[in-house]
Design a protein around this ligand. Sequence first.
Ligand SMILES: [Zn+2]
Length: 144
Amino acid sequence: MARKYIADSLILGSTIIPEVHGRLYKYGEGGQKIAACAIGSIFMAEKIGQNWMDEWYSLFPHEVTWSSWMMNCSFPSCPLCERAGFLRYLVVHLFEDHKLSRVEIAAKIFPIEVKLWEEYEAKLKEKENKEKIKTDVLEHVSRN
Ligand SMILES: [Zn+2]
């Protein structure tokens, strides 16, 4: 699976719409979106709509989920203050609390994402290996 980075989507979003703080989108008089926060910019870059959770994890499967967190995966930490959380919360936090621009946030989270992708790919591989062993065992049992 090709790696996709939230950082890239954030940079793309910053090129298509101005930024606004404190809300997902700012709307013009005609109801059109005229500005977006960091997450809104990612949504716009990736055309993410109502069903955002599913769309988000299909685009960015490397982001730690609640269920993987409960299985001892740790959430990434903010590079500026060590607060930990979902990567998308860190994006909001860097934007709203540290007041970084979207491009600055992309630069901060990219190394975190590389690490998360590596962990995700290692987990996938481990799962494939386990399934292969299971298949081999089942084949062996059915032959004997
Ligand atoms: Zn912070």
